[in-house]
Structures are given as structure tokens and as C-alpha cells.
Design a protein around this ligand. Structure first.
Ligand code: ZN
Length: 469
């Protein structure tokens, strides 16, 4: 039985999806004005592990992640760089996809873009205005927070407390400092869309309410995001969606802890952040995922090279077995099949993950498994290939498909070291040929390797290769 901590009820609850056949899952995606930082990567990766575990359990998952492609930050960047806002967002959307692919994050079912859902957002704002939850002042539409009596139920904040310290900026016309913008009137030079309130653009919060409703329905199962989104973003999403639809918005709210650096929250505004892209230059996706998996998803986590190096070291133990399994399967030996309780490891893995996604315990189960497999085969001369097939199945289902810390296609066998060295040598010769503009030779190396089943993949970081397929 899967249990998870629900931020809304502040309790660990049994997970029961609304539709037993399909879990509907929404995660707040990036605002595409820059590369995302490793703190964001933590949220994306942990949401990915949750999603993959639901799939492991046999659920079909409709996974939606929005792309905020209209926003103050994008406009600011486009003015700084004297480019169209659209070009800025397109570049960073492409970069986002490159980075999540490298991090082995499974593609969402849908990536709705704000600019492609203007109609839905305007419709939702209209509903809120009609129901008196929102008011228009000279082309700016605000949500009337006091009208929504349950405001604060997610964050645990109450409106009186919030009122203290809140103030209205001189240039804002809203009635109450807690009210937030649903529609912003266009300023000179800004991108805009037509609406019943004049030219403008939507606020950020209404985006997620309108797009989740469109793709997942008025009430859905899981809404996830970083801790920093609980207030005001998710609180405001609830206020909008529940007022507009008069239905509960989300059943389970899942939030991921901050990634700290030197015990301080990592964030763009504090300037103490690393992009996921930079971290990927130093560490593999598997090591980064391992680092996150070894911490409880809700708690804070300190980012350090020591911890990432330790994660990498730990992975070596698993990868040594992966190498052995790959090579033994290739040999296809028949022999002794050792006694081994595979089921007990599946059970322990599931118990860990069912316990509010205790990924660090799940990793511990994998380590135990690796240690025990090594112990069992050590004294045997001839192990039957079927045993290694079972080992591979376990590691594929758990470490690879759920946690994403292992890649059976990537690691190489010790037996193949010479082959790898030769391929690497050919890649270097090809790169030199390219640098000397000898494209005939470089293409010929690529094509002839392909004939041998070695596929070269070029990227900005260099050339990698894949064998087979
Ligand atoms: Zn959101």
C-alpha cells in the first residue's frame, strides 16, 4: 500500500487515485528565461522518480508539466538582449529539453505552454470575475483573496497574519495587499494578448490553474513542486481553481525540499547557484540522481562536491555488477543456478518506496542486493546465465526504471575494454579529421563504424557512442 505525505492535510495518507486506471499528475515546470539550476533539478528528478514508481506499480500516469513562456523575467531578458521574448523562451525551452534528457527524466505526457493557452486562462479569469472573486481596475484584474474563505489552507498561513507586513506598491491599484494579479495590462513594448479587459497578459498563478484543468480536469490526483511554491503560488492556484470550478482542486500535494549550498537556500536571486548543465559536465546523470535519491525528498539537502563524489563511488559498486551481468549474459553459460530470494528484494524495495517514497532506503536495498549477489556467486565457477538474467531484471526494474541510477546500455564490460579504447581512438581520429576539414574521412569513419553497429552521437560536449540498436 503506497502512502505519501500530503502537504494539504499535513498527514501521511494512503494513495488512492480518483480514477483507478489513470493517475493524473501535475508538476510546475520552468520559467524559460535561463538554464535551470540544480535546485530545480532536484524537484524535476524527484517528481520523475515518483512518477516512475507509480508506473512500476502498474498505474498509467498522465504527467503534465507546464512551460512558463510569458513572464516578467522573460520580458526583462529580451529587453536586455534586444531580442523578441519569443526567441528567448524558444532557446531556453530547447535547453530545458536537452538538460532533462541528459538527466534521464522521462518525458511528460504533455508540456503545455502558457502562450498556447490564452483562451483557457482568459476563460478562467472571466469565470472568477463573474463569480465576484476577481475585479478589474483599468485593465488589471486582481483576485479578491478575502472572498475565498479557505485561503491559507495549504500553507497554513492565515490572512490576518499575512496582512501584517504586506503593503501595496505605489504603482498598484489593487484593493487589498493580499490580492494578486490574474491579468496584467500591457506596458509599452511588452508582448500582449487581447482580452475582455484590454490588451495584456496573464499572471503566473492562473497559468497552472487553467492548464492543469484543461489537461487533467477540474479535480486531479497529485500536484507537485518545490517547497518554495507552496506560498503564494500553490495557495493561489487553489484559490483560483476552487473558486472558478466550485470543486476540490487537488487530492495530494507533494513538495520537494530546498537544495542548500553552505546551508543557505540555493536560488537565482541569491546568486549562489549552479545550473544543472554545469553540474552535468562534472557528474553523470546517474550520480546526480543517486545524490538526490539518498536524501529524503521533503527535507533540505546540502549540495557539495563531497556528497556527489560519494554518490559516484557508491555507484561504482553497482556498476561493477552491471558490467559483470552484461558480460555473463553475452557469454550465455549454462551451469549452477544459485539459491537466491529475488522476491524478498522486490518486497523490500517496494516497502521502502511505499513508505512515502523512501528512496534512500530503496537505494540501501539495491546495495544489499548487489552485495548478496556478489557473495553468492563468488565461490562458484560456473553460474547459469538464467541467474544473471534474473539479476538484470531486478536491477532494471528498480535501479534503472524507477530510480534511474543505473544504465545497462551505458556501462561497459571489462572484457570490452580494448574495444572501447579502439572506438575512442577512432573517435579522436575522426575529430582530428574534422578539425582538418577532411570531412570525407570523418564521414567515412562514422559510416563504417555504423556498419559495425557502433553509433556515434555528436553534441556540444563531444562525441559519445552507443553499441547496437
Ligand atoms: Zn505552477
Amino acid at each position: 500500500m503506497l502512502k505519501l505525505y500530503n502537504t494539504l492535510t499535513k498527514k501521511v495518507e494512503e494513495f488512492i487515485p480518483i480514477d483507478p486506471n489513470e493517475v493524473k499528475f501535475y508538476v510546475c515546470g520552468p520559467t524559460v528565461y535561463d538554464y535551470f539550476h540544480i535546485g530545480n533539478a532536484r524537484s524535476f528528478i524527484m517528481a520523475d522518480m515518483v512518477r516512475r514508481y507509480l508506473e512500476y506499480k502498474g498505474y498509467k500516469v498522465k504527467f503534465v508539466m507546464n512551460l512558463t513562456d510569458v513572464d516578467d523575467k522573460i520580458i526583462k531578458k529580451s529587453l536586455e538582449e534586444k531580442r523578441e521574448a519569443k526567441d528567448v523562451s524558444t532557446d531556453y525551452i530547447n535547453a530545458f529539453f536537452e538538460d532533462i534528457t541528459k538527466l534521464k527524466i522521462k518525458k511528460a505526457t504533455v508540456y503545455p505552454k502558457a502562450t498556447e493557452h490564452m483562451h483557457e486562462m482568459i476563460d478562467m479569469i472571466k469565470k472568477l470575475v463573474d463569480k465576484n472573486y476577481a475585479y478589474n481596475i483599468d485593465g488589471n484584474v486582481f483576485y479578491d483573496v478575502k472572498r475565498f474563505s479557505e485561503y491559507g489552507k495549504l500553507s497554513g498561513k492565515n490572512t490576518e497574519e499575512l496582512e501584517v507586513g504586506a503593503r501595496i506598491d505605489a504603482n498598484e491599484e489593487k484593493k487589498d495587499p493580499l490580492d494578486f494579479a490574474l491579468w496584467k495590462k500591457a506596458k509599452e513594448g511588452e508582448p500582449f494578448w487581447d482580452s475582455p479587459w484590454g490588451k495584456g497578459r496573464p499572471g503566473w498563478h492562473v497559468e497552472c490553474s487553467a492548464m492543469s484543468c484543461k489537461h487533467l480536469g477540474e479535480t486531479f490526483d497529485i500536484h507537485a513542486g518545490g517547497n518554495d511554491l507552496i506560498f503564494p503560488h500553490h495557495e493561489n492556484e487553489i484559490a483560483q481553481s476552487e473558486a472558478a470550478n466550485q470543486k476540490p482542486f487537488v487530492k495530494y500535494w507533494l513538495h520537494f525540499g530546498f537544495l542548500n549550498i553552505n546551508e543557505e537556500k540555493m536560488s537565482k536571486s541569491l546568486g549562489n547557484f549552479f545550473t544543472a548543465r554545469d553540474v552535468l559536465k562534472k557528474y553523470s546523470a546517474e550520480a546526480i540522481r543517486m545524490f538526490f535519491a539518498q536524501a529524503y525528498y521533503r527535507g533540505p539537502l546540502n549540495f557539495s562536491d563531497d556528497l556527489l563524489t560519494a554518490a559516484e563511488k557508491g555507484l561504482e559498486k553497482i556498476n561493477n555488477l552491471v558490467d559483470k551481468v552484461n558480460s555473463e549474459i553475452k557469454k550465455n553459460n549454462s551451469g549452477i543456478k544459485p539459491e537466491f530470494e529475488f522476491n524478498s528484494y522486490y518486497k523490500k524495495f517496494e516497502e521502502a518506496m511505499d513508505d512515502d517514497f523512501n528512496t534512500s532506503q530503496a537505494v540501501a536495498v539495491i546495495f544489499d542486493f548487489v552485495k548478496d549477489v556478489n557473495r553468492v556467486v563468488a565461490p562458484l565457477d560456473n553460474v547459469d546465465v538464467s541467474f544473471y538474467n534474473d539479476v538484470k531484471t531486478f536491477l532494471t526494474k528498480t535501479a534503472e526504471n524507477v530510480l534511474g541510477i543505473v544504465d545497462f546500455n551505458k556501462t561497459t564490460t571489462g572484457d570490452d575494454k580494448l574495444t572501447n579504447d579502439l572506438i575512442e581512438l577512432l573517435i579522436r581520429l575522426r575529430t582530428e579529421a574534422k578539425q582538418n576539414k577532411n570531412y570525407q574521412l570523418s564521414d567515412s569513419i562514422r559510416d563504417r563504424l555504423k556498419e559495425l553497429g557502433v553509433i556515434l552521437q555528436d553534441s556540444k560536449e563531444g562525441t559519445t557512442y552507443k553499441i547496437g540498436k
